[in-house]
Every structure is written in C-alpha cells, then in structure tokens.
Design a binder for this molecule. Structure first.
Ligand SMILES: Nc1nc2c(ncn2[C@@H]2O[C@H](COP(=O)(O)OP(=O)(O)OP(=O)(O)O)[C@@H](O)[C@H]2O)c(=O)[nH]1
Length: 308
C-alpha cells in the first residue's frame, strides 16, 4: 500500500520515510502541498497521505480539504503531523477533511499504530468497493447467461436511441427467440435447455461489436441493439447471427435455431419510443415464426413480402 508523504523539512521527511517503509508501506515523498496534490491526482493507487501542517504555498489542511472536495468518493485516509500547538488546530484539520492528527515530537510506535488503523480502514473500503461492484453487476446482469438483464437492456435501449439521434446514426433493434424451445426442455431436460440459452447468448455476443448491446429480455428471448449503416447492413448482421447459431455448434445432437424480428430506427425517427420499437420487433418476430422459423425478418423484407 502506498503512503504519500508531504513534508518540507528534510530530517522529518527521512524519519517518516523510515517509519513508513518499516511498517510495510511504500513511501512516496514530496516537499510541498501542491506537489502532494499533483501526485495524488495522478496516482489513484495512493490512498494514505501523511502531511505536515505548515508547508510553502499550500498547507496540510488545504491539501486534505482539496482532496475531499475533489473526490469525495475516493478512498482516502490522511494524517496531519505538526509541531504547532495553536488552540483549535486539531479540530480545524479534522473538520477540513483530515482523518487523523499527530503532534510532533511523536512516538514512532504511536505513528505506526495509527498507520495500521489507516491500513485497516483502506482494506475495508476496498472490500466495500468490490462488494458494491458485485451488487451492481448482479442487479444489471442475468445470472444464467451473464448478459444484460431485461431492466438493463431496456435502459441501454433508451440511451442508444438518444445517442444514435445525437450522432445521426441508424440503430437496428432485434428481438430473437429460440425456436421450439419447449420441445428442447421437454425432450432433453431443463439443464440442457439452460445450456442452449447460454449457447445462443454467447453466440449473439460473439457476432456483435463491443459497443453494441444485447440482453436477455425473457426466458428464451434476447434483445439486440446494433449500430448499422442501412437496412441491408442490418439484414446482413442478423442473417449472420441466425446462421451462426444454427451452424455454430456441430457437436449438438439437435440443431438449435432462432427466429427474430429486426426493426431499423433511422436517426430522424425521433418520435419512436422504446416501447414502440420493441412492439415493431416483436411483431416481426411473430411473422418470422409464422413463416417457418430459423429466420430473422426485417421491416423492409416484411413490407416487400406483404406487398408481393
Ligand atoms: N431451461 C429453461 N427453460 C426456460 C427458461 N425460461 C423459460 N423457459 C422455457 O421456455 C419455453 C418457451 O416455450 P414457448 O414459449 O412455448 O416457445 P417455443 O417452444 O420456443 O415455441 P416457438 O417460440 O413457437 O418456437 C417454456 O417451456 C419455458 O418453461 C430458462 O431459464 N431455462
């Protein structure tokens, strides 16, 4: 764990460096508050700061206050060290954002004990951050496939519609459903059904680009949002997905196929809401199922078929 030392006095700085490295930390030394702030901004792995109070240009209290104001959520533990015994200085430092305060001359053992408190504090903070990330992931991802869950893919759809409008881009939105999935469950069991869901999910994500989105919309239904150039571009992409799912895994005793409906959202279609887009993709999916399955039908293809 790195400890940033801000101390203008050479003797005090060397003493701090010794104590800090003997306690198993990695010391990083600077000689004034402004350099300390710069180092802290540049290196996000610095979480503990030991600072002198009076330094040229920028005091230890100003340093603690600025760090707190700039990054209130960043894990940080700051210890102000001073020989100054001005009444109220301890309260002033703690109120400004310092975590601890030590008077000089200090007992090295006491400073080490305080650094160990800082270490425990930061370890707990890091564990909480990991748990927070895990909970965020669980809240937005489907546990079977690891894909975005319904709430998250719908949120992505809203964001993608706005971004596509802003950037004058076309979006293709597809609803994809596994064919005869009930039969797979009934014949091969629920676990085999789950494997098929995972296979379809991973195949779709392999076929789209990193900035496109896909999520599990329902049991065996997936919503895919891709940025495309045109109708033809969209048809090409979803035909490839459909083919890849049907042909991609030759080890399967039973061929897995999907059907889908893909609707193109041009940048000018400002009035189209997410619900409206989902309904359009859903009714094209219904037509794809009715017209024989193992196909993904776009609105252009459907219009052409209907008027033929
Ligand atoms: N194994 C498994 N099955 C699921 C899951 N979620 C939904 N299902 C099943 O998916 C099946 C969906 O069947 P249907 O809606 O009748 O559709 P289908 O058999 O695919 O028929 P078509 O859509 O017309 O091709 C149901 O039997 C559900 O129980 C899941 O997480 N795991």
């Amino acid at each position: 764990m790195k400890v940033l030392i801000a101390e203008d006095d050479l003797t005090s700085r060397i003493m701090l460096e010794n104590i800090i490295s003997r306690s198993g930390f990695t010391p990083i030394s600077v000689t004034d508050g402004a350099s300390a702030l710069k180092a802290w901004r540049q290196d996000r792995s610095i979480s503990i700061v030991v600072t002198d109070l009076n330094m040229p240009f920028f005091s230890g209290i100003e340093l603690c206050a600025t760090m707190r104001q700039e990054s209130p959520d960043r894990g940080m533990y700051s210890i102000v060290v001073t020989a100054q015994d001005k009444p109220g200085i301890l309260i002033e430092a703690l109120d400004a954002g310092a975590s601890d305060f030590v008077y000089k001359p200090y007992n090295p053992a006491e400073l080490i004990a305080r650094l160990n408190v800082a270490r425990r504090h930061m370890e707990l903070h890091d564990k909480l951050e990991v748990t927070k990330e895990q909970l965020k992931h669980q809240a937005t991802h489907d546990s079977l496939t690891g894909a975005l869950n319904r709430r998250a893919i719908m949120a992505a759809l809203d964001e993608d519609i706005s971004r596509a409008e802003r950037n004058n881009r076309h979006l293709a939105v597809a609803m994809i459903d596994i064919d005869d999935f009930k039969g797979i469950n009934d014949t091969h069991g629920h676990t085999a059904g789950d494997q098929v869901i995972r296979y379809v999910s991973s195949t779709i994500s392999e076929c789209i680009r990193p900035y496109d989105h896909m999520g599990r919309y329902g049991g065996e239904e997936f919503l895919v949002i891709a940025e495309v150039e045109s109708h033809d571009d969209a048809s090409l992409l979803f035909r490839r997905i459909c083919r890849q799912i049907a042909d991609g895994d030759e080890r399967r005793s039973r061929r897995v196929t999907v059907s889908g409906g893909v609707t193109l959202v041009p940048p000018t279609a400002r009035s189209r809401s997410a619900d409206n887009i989902i309904n359009a993709a859903d009714s094209l999916l219904y037509q794809a199922k009715r017209s024989g399955k193992n196909r993904i039908l776009s609105d252009k293809e459907w219009t052409a078929q209907a008027s033929a």
